[in-house]
Design a protein around this ligand. Structure first.
Ligand SMILES: [Zn+2]
Length: 104
């Protein structure tokens, strides 16, 4: 329904707003507040069942909810293994490591 789509768009906008707020807090070194904002976005997504866009979700630490910003809160390097390339992201808040397949 149209009304439903509209509501979802509003929720998604709120999620995006929280994530960008969270990232700016992290850039200022306010990591605990950044985690709270990111967690709030995840909770809104969960309770409303509006999916968080993947491009946002993959840059939140699954372990401590820190927004992962390359060079600020995350270390990012490229690794090749068996003909595949991976982006290896390390959370500087808790040391959590995640690999993403990377297409060249
Ligand atoms: Zn972490």
């Amino acid at each position: 329904m149209r009304r439903e789509a509209c509501w979802r768009r509003l929720v998604r906008r709120e999620i995006e707003r929280l994530i960008s707020f969270s990232r700016s807090l992290a850039r200022e070194g306010r990591l605990d507040e950044a985690r709270i904002a990111a967690l709030q976005a995840l909770e809104i997504s969960k309770s409303t069942r509006v999916k968080m866009p993947r491009r946002l979700k993959r840059w939140i630490c699954k372990n401590c909810y820190l927004p992962l910003i390359p060079g600020v809160t995350a270390g990012v390097r490229l690794r090749s293994q068996g003909g595949m390339s991976y982006l290896v992201v390390t959370c500087r808040g808790c040391g959590w490591i995640r690999r993403f397949p990377y297409k060249r």
